[in-house]
Each structure stands twice: as C-alpha cells, then as structure tokens.
Design a binder for this molecule. Sequence first.
Ligand code: DC
Length: 213
Amino acid sequence: MGFVIAVDGPAASGKGTIAGRLAALYDYPLLDTGLLYRAVGVAVLDGLGDLDDPIAAEAVARALDLTALDRAEVRTRAAGEAASRVAVHPGVRAALFDLQRDFARREPGSVIDGRDIGTVIAPEAPAKLYVTARPEIRAERRWKQLVGQGEDVGFQEILADIRKRDERDGGRKDAPMTQAVDAVLLDTSEMTIEQAFDAARRIVEDARAHHRL
Ligand code: DC
C-alpha cells in the first residue's frame, strides 16, 4: 500500500476540491469513489431498473463501464440521489471494493475520496481527513454548483436533499459514512477554499512526518 490520503465526509463538504488539490500537490492519482456509485445509479436508471433492488443494482455494478465516470450525466442532482440509494446494497459495495483496494495499492501514494475510505477501503491509510460543514453551508455550495451547471432547482430542495442523503449514507448498515477514529476532523463551514486546503495540507504534512519516523 502506498501513502494513501483518505478524504471522507458528507456531500458538498468540500472534500472533492480538497482531494483534487492534494492530488495535484503531491502528484498522486485521484479516485473520486462517489463517481463509481453515481455511475452505477445512472446505469440502473438508464436500464429502467429499480434503484432499491439489490440484485439488479449489484449486476450493474459488476458490469460497470468505467468510461461512464467521465460523463456529465453522473454529476447531476438525480445521479447523486441514485448513487446514495444503490450505495446501501452490500452487493454493490462488494462489487466496487477490489477496484478501490487496487487503487490504494498504487505507489508511491494516492488520494481517495468518499464516505468509507478511512474505515473500510483503506483502514491502514496513514493520512485520513474527515471533511464536513454545516448542512446549510453545504446546501448553499451544492445549489450554486448545480445552478451553474444549468439545473433549475431551489435552495430549500437542495437542503432537503442534503439532509436526506446524510441520513441515508450515515444510517446504512454496510460501511456507513462515519469519521474513522484516527481521522482528523476538518470543519470547513467558516473557511474559504484556500483556508480549507491549507488546513488539509497541514494535516497531511503532519501525517507524512510521522510516516517517515
Ligand atoms: O461523493 P458523492 O456525492 O459523489 O457520492 C454520491 C453518493 O455515493 C453518496 O451519497 C453515497 C455514495 N458513496 C458511498 O456510499 N461510498 C463512497 N465511498 C462514496 C460515495
């Protein structure tokens, strides 16, 4: 296993931006695991399948076309909701496990962002961050992003989405979203992107120093 930087946290916490910038800083490959679940959700919807059917969703996850991760369709509000629903099925999570583990083995290191990276995918990761922010702040960020993408949606709807998603992702039995005991909590509610990235970089530098000892 390389020097894995695990970046977990709820939707729209800023973890994606932080993970991307850390990957650029260290020149490590980046895996956004949310895209995997989003691609599965979108593929189930495209096949007119039922997101809540564990057998159907697992079959889709096992046959996942990784080129689908680059499609704009996986970045929509509907895709996020579909992802959260298929992500509750243990069969779906199992189908996506090896791909994520293989990524974590890359040398000299990697950045992986998601919900269960520090707890399930790479529990031995030397650097773990749990990035969060208050729901209202996250909803505002996500709302601006979606409106910028051309989606016609209100702030209150997005806030409701965020709360529902937190509940589903944190409440599921298999690999729920939670802060690993050895993860450092980073609350970005009152931070600019620059401040959040700077705080994240310091956390990782600290972990690197300990890793070398
Ligand atoms: O990070 P995101 O918003 O793109 O993730 C979409 C959904 O995918 C999220 O609500 C729950 C699921 N997910 C997961 O269960 N485990 C992960 N490691 C990443 C995402």
